[in-house]
Structure formats: structure tokens, C-alpha cells
Design a protein around this ligand. Structure first.
Ligand SMILES: Cc1ncc(COP(=O)(O)O)c(C=O)c1O
Length: 372
């Protein structure tokens, strides 16, 4: 059997007619950037998330950078990020000249450790720390009340990286709506994926929303009046049209992912491996289903691949040890939980269209390896 990590063809097939019609409508209308379709999608996202403003942007990385810029984060100022996340979390801060300050993670949820953030803020530092980016990794929310409490105490802005958690809920509120801003990615492989790059920023703050709309469009409110130094970070109408169709299915798709995760959990529970731990304050929409093994994940990873199962490691090198962040001066051992997680985790394929037969085959294969 061959089981890919994700099968977008299977997702698209049943809604192909609707997608084709939505794309045709954009072509017939011949308006390709921002405009009515983008505004409609923004309204639907805001409704879905129960947030006042959703602003469509070019991708999740730009969503993070724009949010930081709009919040007034300047070159040379510190932005706390977890060390165990996708590059873009810290890359987006560095791209505006800010200085990533890496925090360790909670060993159970893999999300930013509030204790680690507390320690960073309590120590003397050359960089003035102005913001924190909690990442809702793999699809479950970070400990937002802990982060928000520290943010209030130290006067930090909070930008949630909700790239992997669109639709997950923290104590009944959608991820990305608890901090000053939330950054969403609609990269094709995300739970809600475009047919190219796309993203959004969520906020309940009106003046911030207005600033972000100007920033994403070259600092231009309209008619070539450039108020601030902006960027070209606009959302395409074609992507908005595709995402608008798919958004209707997202809740169902996320539920299906949760069902599959529960099936995996039930069937793997007796093995000496760690299934995902879900904190009581959050739902988990399983953008990734992540197992953790004692020692190293390499053996199980290779076995699953031999069996045709496309298991992955997100992420094999924590950010503080990446070549591109060498200039920040971190060394091995600085953030131990992130470093151990990077060695011990691996994913099992998870997506709504995964058949029960495929799920059984995956479970069987994990059991074969673990039980020898
Ligand atoms: C945690 C995280 N942050 C940021 C991003 C960046 O999003 P994008 O690829 O849309 O720029 C991604 C996704 O790729 C991500 O997984």
C-alpha cells in the first residue's frame, strides 16, 4: 500500500464542480486582486472565527510580519518565539529587522512553555522584548492565558501563529482571536488550503485592522495616496474564491481529522509510544498527528516509509540551531525540550479522506515495528 502524507486530489474531487464555478466567476469578472471576492471571503472568515476583522493577505509568513509591523514592532526589538516551530514564525520577525528570542517548549503539547517565556522576561537582556508569538503547533492551542498574563505584566504585544490551527478553539474561542492579532496560513497543505499561497490576519481592534489593510497594499489607502511604508501583501481573488468554497467544508473536515486521531489513539494506546497529549483548554484539529518514541524516531520513520507510509518529521532541527539563526548565538543544549522533541517525534498521515483500511494498515505497521 502507498499512503501519502496528504492527498489533495481526494479532497478536491467531490467539490470540483463548485471550485471550477468559483474560479470561472473570477475569470469572467476579470478582477484578480483584492475586490469583492476577497471582501466576501474576509467576512466569512470573520464570521467563522467570531472575530471583528479578518484581512486577507499573501501568505501566513507575511501575515506574521504585517501583524508585527502594524503593532509597531521595530528593527532591533525582541520577539519571543518558540524554538520548535516552522521557520516562518521567527523568519517573519527577522524579516522586519526584529530579533527572534527563542523559548523552549512544553514537553507534552510541543507548544511554547509559559515557564520558559517567564524566565526570558525575568532575566536581563540586551534586546528590548516587545512581542511574543505563541504558535498553536500541529493544531492545538498554546497556553494563551499564561502567555496573555505575562504579556500584560511586561507590556508585550501578542501575535498568535495560527497557521496550523485554523478552526481550533481555546476555551470556546477560535485560535487567532485571543491575542492582539492572529496570523493564519492557507498554504495548500493546511487544513484550509488555497491553490497557491494565501493567508489572513484576525483581530478585534478596528484601528489595527485599518492599518493592516493599508500596510498590505503598499501603504496606500486608495488612489495613490501612500500614508505609510507598506508592502505588497495582498490576497488574490482566485485564492479567495477557492478558499470561500472550501471554508464551508472545514468544520466537517476538522471533525473527520479528530475522529481519525481518536481511532489512532485508541489503537496505539497500549504501545510504549506517546500519542498526542491534548491540553484541557483547547481542541485539537490535527493538522498533524504526532507520535513520540523513546530515543530516536528514525527507526520507526524508516520502517513506515518502507511500508509505503509517508511519515514525516516536523521539525528535525529546532530554530535556535538552524544555520540561518547562528548570528543569534544559541548553542546546543540551550533549549533542551525542543532539541529532544526534534529527535523523537514523527507524524502519521492524517487527512479527512484517509480510508479505514489505510488507517488500519498504518496502525498495524506501527505495531509491527514497536512489538518487533
Ligand atoms: C507554524 C507556521 N507558521 C507560519 C507558517 C507560514 O505560512 P505560509 O507558508 O503561508 O507563509 C507556516 C506554514 O507554512 C507554519 O506552519
Amino acid at each position: 500500500m502507498k499512503i501519502p502524507a496528504l492527498d489533495l486530489k481526494k479532497q478536491i474531487a467531490p467539490i470540483r464542480g463548485e471550485l471550477d464555478a468559483a474560479i470561472k466567476e473570477v475569470i469572467d469578472h476579470a478582477g484578480f486582486i483584492l475586490g469583492e471576492r476577497v471582501e466576501r471571503f474576509e467576512r466569512h472568515v470573520a464570521q467563522y472565527c467570531n472575530v471583528k476583522y479578518a484581512i486577507g493577505v499573501s501568505n501566513g509568513t507575511d501575515a506574521l510580519s504585517l501583524a508585527l509591523l502594524a503593532l509597531g514592532i521595530k528593527s532591533g526589538e525582541g520577539v519571543i518565539c518558540p524554538a520548535f516551530t516552522y521557520y516562518a514564525t521567527a523568519g517573519a520577525a527577522a524579516a522586519i529587522g526584529a530579533v527572534p528570542v527563542f523559548a523552549d517548549i512544553d514537553k507534552d503539547t510541543y507548544n511554547i512553555s509559559v515557564e520558559s517565556v517567564r524566565k526570558i522576561l525575568a532575566r536581563k537582556s540586551k534586546v528590548k522584548i516587545k512581542a511574543v508569538i505563541p504558535v498553536h503547533l500541529y493544531g492545538q492551542c498554546a497556553n494563551m492565558s499564561g502567555i496573555l498574563k505575562l504579556a500584560r505584566k511586561y507590556g508585550l504585544k501578542v501575535v498568535e501563529d495560527a497557521a496550523q490551527s485554523f478552526g481550533a478553539e481555546y476555551k470556546g474561542k477560535k485560535s487567532g482571536t485571543l491575542g492582539d492579532c492572529g496570523a493564519v496560513s492557507f498554504y495548500p497543505g493546511k487544513n484550509l488550503g488555497a491553490f497557491g499561497d494565501a493567508g489572513a490576519i484576525l483581530t478585534n481592534n478596528k484601528s489595527l485592522a485599518e492599518k493592516i489593510k493599508i500596510l498590505r497594499n503598499q501603504g496606500n489607502r486608495n488612489n495613490y495616496i501612500h500614508l505609510i511604508l507598506g508592502r505588497n501583501n495582498r490576497l488574490d481573488s482566485l485564492q479567495a474564491a477557492v478558499l470561500g468554497v472550501k471554508l464551508k467544508y472545514l468544520a466537517g473536515w476538522n471533525n473527520k481529522r479528530m475522529e481519525i486521531a481518536e481511532f489512532y489513539n485508541r489503537n496505539l494506546a497500549s504501545l510504549p509510544i506517546k500519542v498526542p497529549f491534548v491540553a484541557d483548554f483547547t481542541t485539537h484539529i490535527y493538522h498533524q498527528y504526532v507520535l513520540r518514541v523513546q530515543g530516536q524516531s528514525k527507526g520507526l520513520l524508516e520502517y513506515l516509509r518502507q511500508k509505503g507510509i509517508d511519515s514525516r518529521v516536523f521539525y528535525p532541527i529546532p530554530l535556535h540551531l538552524q544555520e540561518c539563526f547562528k548570528y543569534l548565538g544559541y548553542k546546543k543544549g540551550d533549549l533542551p525540550e525542543a532539541e529532544i522533541a526534534a529527535r523523537q517525534i514523527l507524524t502519521l498521515p492524517i487527512y479527512p479522506e484517509l480510508s479505514r483500511e489505510e488507517q488500519d494498515y498504518i496502525i498495524q505497521s506501527v505495531k509491527e515495528y514497536v512489538n518487533g
